[in-house]
Design a protein around this ligand. Structure first.
Ligand SMILES: Cc1cc2nc3c(=O)[nH]c(=O)nc-3n(C[C@H](O)[C@H](O)[C@H](O)COP(=O)(O)OP(=O)(O)OC[C@H]3O[C@@H](n4cnc5c(N)ncnc54)[C@H](O)[C@@H]3O)c2cc1C
Length: 390
């Protein structure tokens, strides 16, 4: 029997789900809010782990193509002190394929392949229990019905309310992201500082992380503990009282004002490290939100969640990996379920497995964020010494 399956969201989790179903010759409707694949910048690089994201790509039959595209040298990781001293410099072995990096845009295109995504189809609500299945409402006022709706629509999921009342809460840590282009020719000193992979500097309650993407593109993340409204009064919320105007509120759209506020926030750090902010182009404000650790729900026939929609957690290199593996596993179970009763049992079993694994990672990443952006920067170093292979 061919179940009517819809996946809401064409991120790593949703596309992996669709691609594995496609590999099993099972029809799937992919509904994505963005009007086109390149409607917005795809975001930074992702490292895909052998036992998570790469396993999922294997299930999609895409591992060889991933290996050809990915950057094993991107596994390199360097940690500096705030005065610029190199504290750690991990280099991958030439044959190390444990966590190679890939640009998100490349991963998206790899997963898209032959999929027929319906772009520009924002979902507003999902209503289970309708006579003919699960009702999906769209922003344009239309409705469609499916046997199974998979919410892969990320942090602010519109599918989640159909199964759970949980909503993301602020972690107390904010990222401000900026980028450098063509770093090898335009900023060779910074290119050397960053190396082939990532570079991080940890200070008191703040950090600067730079990650190399392909083509000489670098993403820089300024991270700091701050109240959610930190930008409304820098003097009161951030203790930045050296310059007039810090109490007037920061316009997050004003590139130069954000740059000078960040430079004040990281004042005293080594000049080459601060050059990452001096040369950054636009700044994107990303307060970090999470769902409660161990988020589960009472099973609702016909609706489930994968990826960030199910278990938004701190960005410590596993969110996309988990979402992809969940997408792949759910697709395999769905494709193997002959009747609608079997389909529901398959989804139930999948959810139990997802909750256990995601709960474990949510605990690890939550504790990790506490240590990486912490009052005691030696905690960050200790964290890396624990997780980095020697
Ligand atoms: C700075 C940073 C670095 C990170 N680095 C890593 C890393 O190295 N490795 C890693 O594994 N993870 C990393 N993550 C986490 C990772 O980005 C997420 O966990 C991952 O993108 C989640 O995938 P997803 O498919 O569940 O959701 P998303 O990637 O958020 O995709 C959701 C999709 O749903 C669409 N959508 C949303 N709402 C609707 C709607 N109402 N209707 C239709 N479509 C909708 C969106 O447009 C989007 O395409 C990082 C996160 C951040 C912020």
């Amino acid at each position: 029997m061919r179940h009517r399956i819809a996946v809401i969201g064409g991120g790593p989790a949703g596309l992996t789900f669709a691609r594995v179903l496609h590999r099993h010759d099972h029809p799937v409707t992919v509904l994505e809010r963005d009007p086109a694949p390149d409607a917005r910048p795809p975001g930074g690089t992702l490292d895909l782990h052998e036992k998570l994201g790469q396993l999922a790509l294997g299930k999609a039959g895409l591992l060889a193509e991933f290996q050809a595209l990915s950057r094993p040298e991107g596994q390199a990781m360097r940690i500096l002190d705030t005065d610029g001293t190199v504290l750690r410099d991990w280099q991958p072995r030439p044959d190390d394929r444990a966590n190679p990096e890939i640009d998100r845009g490349q991963l998206r295109d790899l997963l898209l392949g032959p999929l027929d995504v319906q772009w520009g189809r924002g979902v507003t609500e999902v209503v289970p229990g309708a006579r003919d299945g699960v009702l999906v409402h769209f922003a344009d006022g239309r409705q469609e019905t499916f046997d199974l709706v998979v919410g892969a629509d990320g942090a602010w999921s519109r599918v989640r309310p159909a199964v759970s009342s949980a909503t993301p809460h602020y972690t107390g840590v904010t990222l401000v992201e900026t980028s450098l282009d063509d770093v090898d020719t335009r900023h060779p000193d910074l290119a050397r500082l960053i190396g082939d992979g990532s570079m991080a500097v940890y200070g008191v309650n703040r950090a600067l992380v730079a990650q190399r993407n392909s083509g000489g593109h670098v993403k820089v993340y300024a991270q700091f503990r701050a109240p959610l409204d930190w930008h409304t009064n820098l003097e009161r919320h951030m203790g930045l009282n050296r310059r007039a105007g810090m109490d007037a509120g920061l316009d997050l759209a004003d590139v130069e004002a954000v740059r000078s506020s960040l430079l004040a926030l990281f004042d005293g750090w080594a000049a080459p490290v601060l050059d990452l902010l001096r040369h950054g182009t636009a700044f994107v404000h990303r307060p970090l939100y999470v769902l409660p650790v161990g988020h589960t729900w009472a099973h609702v026939p016909g609706v489930t969640l994968v990826g960030d929609a199910a278990h938004l957690m701190p960005p410590l290199g596993v969110g996309a990996n988990l979402g992809m593996l969940e997408g792949a596993e759910l697709a395999e179970s769905v494709a193997a379920a002959p009747s609608s009763g079997d389909l529901d049992e398959a989804v139930r079993a999948f959810e139990e497995q997802m909750w256990a694994r995601a709960g474990m990672w949510a605990k690890i990443t939550t504790a990790g964020l506490e240590r990486l952006v912490s009052p005691d920067p030696t905690e960050a170093l200790a964290f890396f010494d624990e997780v980095q292979p020697s």
